[in-house]
Write a protein that binds this ligand. Structure first.
Ligand code: RIB
Ligand code: CA
Length: 303
């Protein structure tokens, strides 16, 4: 049973990652030790409310969920209600579940001490990771490497929201951070047909009834961006890769992040040819079996 700590900014694709992790937890494949949240898609309190609400709709209301840092390390917080909806769950307004107590730092410290094999999965800005310090076996969704950004021409959202945290997370890394970036995660999409399959696979699980209105917002956003009536589910693919549940390939190399330039804020750079002569700090995923990911999601939800 793999112990897992998730750090997310629940938003819509984070929510589907939570649904997947909840299923794996209930099957005893993983132990979801707890969830901390960052500010990103929406503010940090809302990301914690959303996370608690999604887990409760999956029958896991007892999982510890704690809000993390309120704002990025140095830049003012910018959120994206236009992408994930006014509350971060599309057209759904989650009712307020009970608050979990304790600090996110205690959750991380206890989890690392209790579970030496712990895997940390970060699917939002790297604010908590940078603030806490390096965690072995970290997988992070973020960046766009020699690939167009989704927030600026060169920057991906998580890296753009807190560029100093992204830079610091790679600078302080003592083990390779597994990186799932846009050039890979944008390939994993749901459309109305595949969403219907997901809902059918969920059966009576309460979250199923809310997915149409959660995803409709995301479908409309992607359509307005010219991507078609579909949704890129970045964070769910990241979790499958973090847990070695699907085939994928990557490269060990050095990554750095631009944090000061207004034009290039959040741009992530990979030293593919060793120009910098610096030690590797990342395992940059280059390809993943997308078909296997769709099958993995449905199989996990069905069972
Ligand atoms: O750029 C995609 C990432 O930004 C995803 O994690 C999405 O949830 C948003 O946080
Ligand atoms: Ca996210």
């Amino acid at each position: 049973m793999i112990p897992v700590l998730l750090d997310c900014d629940t938003g819509i694709d984070d929510a589907l990652a939570l649904v997947y992790l909840a299923a794996l937890h209930k099957q005893g494949v993983i132990k979801l030790v707890g969830v901390s949240t960052t500010a990103g898609n929406v503010d940090v309190q809302q990301t914690a409310i959303n996370t608690r609400w999604v887990l409760a709709q999956c029958g896991l209301q007892d999982i510890t969920v704690v809000a993390g840092q309120e704002a990025p390390l140095e830049v003012p917080l910018v959120t994206t209600p236009e992408t994930h909806g006014p509350h971060g769950l599309g057209y759904i307004t989650p009712e307020l579940p009970a608050q979990s107590q304790g600090s996110w730092q205690e959750l991380w410290s206890e989890a690392i001490k209790t579970y030496p094999e712990l895997r940390l999965i970060v699917t939002g800005p790297a604010t908590n990771l940078a603030s806490f310090g390096p965690v072995p076996r970290t997988t992070l969704m973020g960046g766009a490497y020699l690939y167009r950004g989704n927030t600026t021409p060169t920057a991906e959202w998580n890296s753009w929201v807190d560029p100093h945290a992204a830079k610091q997370a790679f600078a302080q890394a003592q083990n390779l951070i597994t990186v799932c970036s846009l050039e890979v995660t944008e390939q994993f999409t749901l459309n109305q047909e595949s969403l219907d399959e997901v809902i059918a696979a969920l059966g009576e699980t309460p979250i199923a009834q809310y997915l149409p209105e959660i995803l409709r917002f995301y479908f409309e956003f992607h359509e307005a961006q010219g991507e078609g009536y579909l949704a890129q589910i970045h964070d769910l693919l990241t979790c499958m890769i973090a847990l070695d549940r699907i085939p994928f390939k990557g490269l060990e190399l050095t990554v750095d992040v631009e944090a000061e330039s207004p034009l290039l804020r959040g741009t992530t750079i990979a030293d593919f040819r060793g120009h910098w002569g610096r030690p590797a700090n990342a395992y940059l995923v280059q390809s993943a079996d997308i078909e296997a990911a769709h099958a993995e999601f449905l199989r996990t939800l069905r069972s």
